[in-house]
Design a protein around this ligand. Structure first.
Ligand SMILES: NC(=O)c1ccc[n+]([C@@H]2O[C@H](COP(=O)([O-])OP(=O)(O)OC[C@H]3O[C@@H](n4cnc5c(N)ncnc54)[C@H](O)[C@@H]3O)[C@@H](O)[C@H]2O)c1
Ligand SMILES: O=C(O)[C@H](O)COP(=O)(O)O
Length: 624
């Protein structure tokens, strides 16, 4: 299949950083000169606001919404291009149809790693099953364009989650639609193995009639140990009970009441493997479960045990299993999954006469594949549209209602972060940031992860080329040695509002605007949401009130008549429109801070002229 023509990345500048250069004109004059465009925040309708919010929180696209990410208002209103979705393994038609209704869908199967890496740079979403290895290399090759990886199934051991998180790419899976199919396949293998169905079939097709050779074992009354009592494991247990088996299970994380409800005893690992006649594996492949069935654990099993694996090949040490089969500890094994898939043609395990194999067919029923396809298509589209997925694997799940409620505070949090970092001299030396939330709500009634992520985004993006979003915010902060702590202060305001105010403090740094330093020595700015808009309400120990739109000039001056007029005149002369102005002072005729919101960026001459006003002691120009 031909490689797609690579269209330009969708919302290319949403998460591109704006590296800042700090230019100090004199000791009392400093400003941030941002060399690339900064996000532009137009006034938004409610639905646009939600779309904008999720675009900020995750890397998302919505072809029906204008792009709000670019710097100029002329760009607002342009329709974004349709996202490109690469499907690298066979997916049910119903799911493909859902995807085609939203984006360009390319189905390209059996890609080599190299081909996948080439294609991925043009893709916003990738949908895989278990065969595609979504490695770090793939995320690197995507160069930040890939927004979501959808795993059409349960196991995500073929996706490098750490790399996905580092690259800010959401990973979603389809965890429920193939449960029954996998459980049925487990039972099919159990019964087929117990009655030698596959071997007898092969024998008769080879012209033989070996009735004595293929005498089986009965299942009724035998003990089955279900290892991993999750969705598939519990369905296997239910069905095995129907076959008259005595079912026990081992799962360190499973609730006992769920097991009890099915009539299953939860036991220790050793107890399970020592007492079982049949062992069925249903745990995920993780560093803990990798080769958990090995020489040592096989030696603890009842002689003549039979093993079924429809989970992941890697949970069994395959060499140890061959030894256990040869020694008779394991009488038979039925395997749907292998450490390497497909296994080598001459694999001793596959060729073993007491082993029954299927080529990873657990999820392969028509019903399951249609279900999985729809489940993953909806999850991927949701992620592209910014709906935080209920099946997100590497991001906190935030309910849509919570997201809507927090919308204006998310904007405020990012702007405060962005402002705070611009107040630091040499922003990269920041190590310790504290976010203080004042709220009437109790600790369990306010999820601050989004807000913390957005403060982190606001702080990091202006000083680096890193893409920060909800997926990777904590990781990026940690990687940069940035400690973001949070404090909750309960205040006597309306619990209807999630947050009364957000304060961002940066400790152990010098500020280029000394007045932003609070009594404790930390840079401190505080903001509130007023009438749905983000406002700056406190700088250092000065109260101000200015809407956080456009750009901001902060001046410290002697509190005397005529200052507003003078600065206003200078800006007017340079055709800079003042949107807001607010003065806060310590006491009458002493020090005051003037916060001026400006629509345009004043040129250097205008800034020089402001700095030259004798009563102005320091000032800073900040981009929002
Ligand atoms: N062969 C197939 O086609 C096929 C189809 C579906 C699922 N699967 C695989 O089956 C496995 C289970 O799928 P699921 O949907 O039931 O997942 P699940 O997450 O619902 O269940 C997994 C269970 O394993 C438990 N677990 C984790 N670590 C464990 C340990 N060390 N020991 C015992 N239990 C442990 C978890 O607590 C959880 O209850 C996964 O590996 C999945 O990839 C394979
Ligand atoms: O983890 C799963 O969902 C199963 O192993 C199914 O894998 P598949 O989608 O490759 O069939």
């Amino acid at each position: 299949m031909a490689s797609p023509a690579c269209t330009k990345p969708i919302f290319p500048s949403t998460f591109t950083a704006s590296p800042s250069e700090s230019t100090s004109k004199s000791s009392h004059l400093s400003f941030i000169n941002t060399t690339s465009s900064l996000p532009f925040y137009p006034k938004l309708s409610h639905s646009q606001q939600r779309s904008f919010l999720v675009n900020s929180v995750l890397k998302t696209v919505d072809p029906t919404q204008p792009s709000f990410s670019t710097a100029t208002s002329t760009d607002v209103g342009l329709l974004a291009e349709k996202p490109t979705i690469l499907v690298s393994e066979k997916l049910g038609e119903a799911g493909l149809q859902v995807l085609r209704g939203f984006g360009h869908v390319e189905c390209a199967y059996d890609l080599s790693q190299e081909e996948l890496c080439t294609k991925i740079s043009c893709c916003d979403a990738l949908i895989v099953r278990s065969a595609t290895k979504v490695t770090r290399q793939v995320f690197e090759a995507s160069k930040g364009r890939l927004k979501v990886v959808g795993r059409a199934g349960v196991g995500i051991d073929n996706v490098d989650l750490q790399a996905a998180t580092e690259f800010g790419c959401l990973v979603v899976n389809a965890p429920t639609a193939n449960t029954i199919a996998a459980a049925e396949h487990g039972i099919a293998l159990l019964a087929a193995m117990a009655r030698n169905v596959a071997q007898a079939d092969a024998s008769i097709k080879a012209g033989k009639w070996q009735r004595n050779k293929y005498v089986g074992v009965s299942m009724v009354g035998k003990t089955l140990a279900v290892m991993g009592f999750g969705k598939v494991g519990s369905e296997v247990a239910r069905r095995a009970k129907g076959l008259g088996m005595n079912v026990i299970a081992h799962d360190p994380y499973a609730p006992a009441d769920r097991a009890r409800a099915i009539g299953v005893d939860l036991v220790s690992f050793d107890q399970a493997i020592a007492t079982a006649d049949f062992i069925s594996l249903h745990m995920p492949l993780t560093p803990t479960t990798n080769k958990i069935f090995n020489d040592t654990t096989f030696s603890k099993m009842k002689k003549g045990v039979r093993i079924i694996n429809v989970a992941r090949g890697g949970v069994i040490d395959e060499d140890a299993l061959i030894k256990a089969l040869d020694s008779g500890i394991v009488a038979q094994a039925a395997l749907d999954v292998f450490t390497e898939e497909p296994p080598a043609k001459d694999s001793k395990l596959v060729q073993h006469e007491n082993v029954t194999v299927t080529p990873h067919l657990g999820a392969s029923t028509k019903e399951a594949q249609e279900g999985v396809a729809i489940e993953i298509a909806e999850a991927v589209l949701g992620a592209l549209k910014g709906e935080l997925s209920a099946t997100a694997v590497n991001a906190p799940m935030v309910a849509p209602e919570v997201l809507s409620e927090l919308a204006p505070y998310v904007v405020l949090a990012e702007k405060l972060g962005r402002l705070a970092v611009q107040l630091v001299s040499g922003g990269s030396g920041i190590k310790s940031v504290k976010v203080v939330y004042r709220s009437a709500r109790g600790p369990d009634d306010l999820d601050t992860r989004l807000l913390r992520a957005m403060v982190t985004k606001g702080i990091i993006e202006p000083i680096s080329d890193t893409i920060v979003n909800l997926v990777n915010a904590d990781f990026i902060a940690k990687q940069r040695g940035l400690r973001i702590s949070e404090e909750r202060v309960v205040v006597d305001s309306s619990p209807e509002l999630p947050v009364d105010s957000i304060q961002v403090q940066i400790s152990n740094v010098e500020s280029k605007f000394a007045s932003a330093v609070a009594e404790g020595g930390q840079i401190s700015i505080e903001g509130k949401v007023k009438f749905g808009e983000a406002h700056l309400t406190c700088v250092g120990s000065f109260d101000v009130d200015v809407s956080l739109e456009g750009n901001l000039i902060l001046c410290r001056q002697l509190d005397q008549p005529g200052m507003i007029g003078r600065v206003g005149n200078i800006l007017g002369e340079h055709n800079v429109n003042v949107s807001f102005m607010s003065v806060g002072r310590t006491s009458r005729r002493k020090k005051a801070i003037m916060a001026i919101g400006v629509d345009e960026q004043p040129n250097n001459e205008a800034l020089d002229n402001i700095g030259a006003v004798p009563a102005i002691e320091e000032f800073v120009f900040l981009k929002l």
